[in-house]
Design a protein around this ligand. Structure first.
Ligand SMILES: [Zn+2]
Length: 277
């Protein structure tokens, strides 16, 4: 048994099976011609008034009840300000201090042993657009059809210690979402994506190591590749302090969309120290 163990917290983004987007009447259909499912609201033009999709709230409550969460009667949307080309407004409408659901759990079975994974929160938010990069020319395109599609973000407590547990949790959660009819769980179309916050510590230690965030993993194989190995040489970590960064090995096929560090995300995910890259 390794003297080290990983501490993993997962954040799943699940696209909801609503007919229209979360704050406007545009269709959520996948695969249409670029920028055909857009309007002044989801393009973030000045002076528009977003109106919340009731069905998205119903779906969020349905999942919260299934996972044993407390449904918060008062929940609030906030602006998460960051710049990225696929976010024309310069901010994402999401929930921060008052999410829809808090304090649930999901039980998983790994190698015959049951384990309870805590759910810290489930909140609603809008998706961003999509960047498409032309490999043959130095040119990129932006498709805003996905901008404003409703998402649930499901955030675990840092209860997961192995990649097997992470994969089992994700498979179980995806089944729950599909059974409830709130998401199709289609990973190829991005309806079910995962970010992982990983730190490594000496086994039995109560403290956390430096956290690394793996963004937008859309396959179980990517999650399975989370490991304790040093990224540069592939050798196991030595004894002593653990200033490691296991990110690169696991992200060779994963992609990053949002900068790893932001004041907002570090406040939100306060369960371990955040380090600016
Ligand atoms: Zn729209």
């Amino acid at each position: 048994m390794s003297v080290f163990e990983a501490v993993i917290g997962l954040e799943v983004h699940a696209q909801l099976l609503t007919v229209s987007k979360i704050f406007c009447g545009c269709s959520t259909s996948f695969g249409l011609a670029p920028n055909t499912n857009t309007c002044p609201i989801c393009l973030g033009l000045p002076g528009v008034l977003p109106v919340l999709n009731r069905k998205a709230v119903d779906f969020g409550i349905r999942l919260g009840l299934a996972l044993g969460c407390v449904i918060q009667e008062r929940n609030v949307f906030a602006r998460k300000n960051y710049f990225y080309p696929d976010l024309p407004k310069g901010y994402q409408i999401t929930q921060y201090d008052n999410p829809l659901c808090a304090g649930g759990h999901l039980d998983i079975e790994v190698k015959g042993v049951m384990k309870r994974i805590g759910i810290r929160r489930i909140h609603m938010e809008e998706d961003a657009g999509k960047n498409i990069h032309d490999d043959s020319r130095p040119r990129s395109y932006i498709d805003f059809n996905r901008a404003g599609v409703p998402l649930l973000e499901i955030v675990t407590e840092p209860d997961i210690t192995t990649s097997e547990e992470a994969v089992t949790y994700l498979k179980e959660l995806r089944l729950v979402l599909m059974y409830l009819g709130v998401s199709d769980g289609n990973m190829e179309e991005g309806s079910f994506r995962c970010d992982a916050n990983v730190s490594v510590r000496t086994r039995g230690s109560g403290s956390m190591g430096t956290r690394t965030e793996l963004k937008n993993m859309n396959s179980f194989r990517n999650v399975q590749r989370i490991s304790l190995r040093r990224p540069s040489c592939g050798t196991p970590l030595p004894a002593g302090p653990v200033p490691c960064d296991p990110r690169r090995k696991a992200t060779t096929t994963a992609t990053s969309r949002i900068p790893t560090w932001s004041p907002w995300s570090s406040m939100l995910r306060g369960w371990t120290a955040s380090a600016r890259p």
